[in-house]
Design a protein around this ligand. Structure first.
Ligand code: SAM
Length: 274
């Protein structure tokens, strides 16, 4: 493990997806222990308290019901202020990988140098790592990873021959952290289904999934009937909920290239053999 002797103002750490700290890397634990104060945004501050005596739970600062950009800005200011006032050695612990879909951490990392702060991100286990095992499909085969709202915001075209992970699906249609909503109204997910069925058939089966590490909570639904899953989407909207769309099969379209891949003469024409 790399020893970190240099001054670090802010460590960005991930706790993984399973409850507790079983998926936290040794490297992240070492950084955590070297910290003076730890801000927890991972939803399991008690687990982090077993590793550090000075943990501040930011749960209530996060789930305020405001627009997410306002929340992010306030959290970022709070963290920078802590370093300015009391010095280096601040850790932020989030769920999953600290840099996957995390605007606060990306902003802290990007602006670190400009602020004269040393900000270090340490990789962690993300929901993509665990969901890949849950759904039994290799990310290496190609995947599209998209934010539900961005599909419509930017009219994102999808390749149906690739698997797709639609993140933040439970928050579709709003930038508000919707913790206080009581239920979803009929039709909330119809525009999302309409967008997705431009690329995948309406009877393509999507899996709504909350990955829990060793197990997962799932609901399967045909894309054309996505809105019928709105009660499930509401129930799990704050649990970390993603929609998974498997890839449709495809034939090889470049036969010449396919046969060259297995042909030694072809290899000799592009590289010198040992
Ligand atoms: C703000 S992002 C944070 C991602 C996190 N940093 C990670 O590395 O997994 C939250 C989104 O990630 C996905 N997500 C997070 N935890 C999840 C889980 N346990 N199962 C499935 N998806 C999850 C959901 O799409 C959720 O809306």
């Amino acid at each position: 493990m790399a020893s970190r002797r240099r001054r670090v103002d802010i460590y960005l750490l991930g706790r993984g997806i399973a409850d507790g700290v079983s998926q936290m890397t040794l490297e992240a634990m070492e950084a955590l222990r070297a910290s003076r104060v730890v801000f927890d945004l991972s939803g399991d501050a008690n687990a982090i308290r077993k590793l550090h005596h000075n943990v501040i739970d930011l749960f209530d600062d996060y789930w305020t019901g405001e627009q997410c950009d306002n929340v992010y800005q306030r959290l970022e200011e709070m963290i920078v202020e802590e370093v300015r006032k009391n010095g280096p050695g601040v850790s932020i612990v989030v769920d999953g990988h600290p840099m996957l879909f995390d605007d606060v951490n990306w902003s802290l990392l990007h602006k670190g140098r400009r602020r004269g702060l040393v900000v270090v991100a340490i990789p962690g286990i993300s929901c993509l790592d665990t969901m890949m095992i849950d759904v039994g499909a290799d990310l290496g085969n190609g995947a599209q990873i998209v934010h539900a709202n961005q599909l419509l915001l930017y009219d994102i075209a999808l390749d149906p021959h690739q698997q797709t992970y639609v993140l933040q699906v439970g928050k579709f249609g709003t930038n508000f952290f919707s913790r206080e909503t009581r239920r979803n109204l009929p039709g909330r997910f119809t525009p999302l289904a309409a967008h997705l069925t431009r690329f995948y058939p309406a009877d393509h089966v999507a899996t709504l999934i909350v990955s829990l590490g060793e197990k997962s909570i799932r609901r399967r639904v045909r894309l054309g009937k996505l809105d019928e899953a709105r009660a499930f989407l509401h129930r799990h909207q704050d649990d970390g909920l993603t929609m998974y769309l498997p890839a449709r099969p495809r034939p090889i379209v470049n036969e010449r290239f396919a046969s060259a891949l297995d042909d030694e003469e072809s290899l000799k024409s592009i590289a010198v053999l040992a």
